[in-house]
Design a protein around this ligand. Sequence first.
Ligand SMILES: [Zn+2]
Length: 286
Amino acid sequence: MNAKLKWVSLSGLLLIAMNCSAFDLRQSLKDKLNTDVPQINPKLVEAVNVVKEARGPDEEEEIAIGRQISGNLLGAAPLVKDAKLQKYVNQVGEWVASQSERPDLPWHFGVIQSEDVNAFAAPGGYVFVTLGLYRLLQNEADLAGVLGHEIGHVIRKHHLKILQQSQLVDAGGKLLSRQVGGDDKIQNLIGNGAEIVARGLDKDAEFEADRIGVVLATRAGYDAYGLPGVLQQIGHFAKDDGSIALLFKTHPLPDDRLDKLDSAMEDRFDRIKGQTLEKRFYRVKK
Ligand SMILES: [Zn+2]
């Protein structure tokens, strides 16, 4: 510490000391304690509670809800036992999610053991792709697009909002799942949560997730046409193909999604040279 600084800090201490002696701290505290604490208007308390209820679950609660629902999903279809595959999907997913407005969620990605063609998202950053859908992908840009769509559902809280509306999450935002402890009624509610995740959303939420998927994948450096390419492939499935029945039931038809994407994208993505990373794409054994 140089001499000048020393002087400044010393004079500061002196000032504080002088201030303390200028008034009686103990008396001042005593006076404060003796004055009546004003009553808080109960109407104000009520208003604060209303705002709190409208706010919905906070992030910690959102993640806990997602974790419970994901547990249920994984109970029905476990993760594919291929550590390299899971690690790869997590790396791609986390990179795409890092381009979103919620990069700090504890993102989890997984490929689940099901030959159906489908993908799911649960609140708080949980994203699952079926093995059947994964097998359709040609390259990493396709995977990024599909994951980007599900990430879109998470960041826009599409499922969380439905859970709230259906009162699986109570008015104060406290999740009913937190009370789990062998209570059948509560378990059923979480079961319903998983069902909502599997049942799908309204068309507008799906179109929005498609747009977000394309934007995030492009921002991450991938070819923008990954997701549209996958939608095209899905569109070629026979309508009565059992492996895709649930996806068709829960999503707008691929042609409608492609039309919407086409008018949203126009030609703005044509000049962006994204990567497909076909060689790096992890292929699963038959
Ligand atoms: Zn979707």
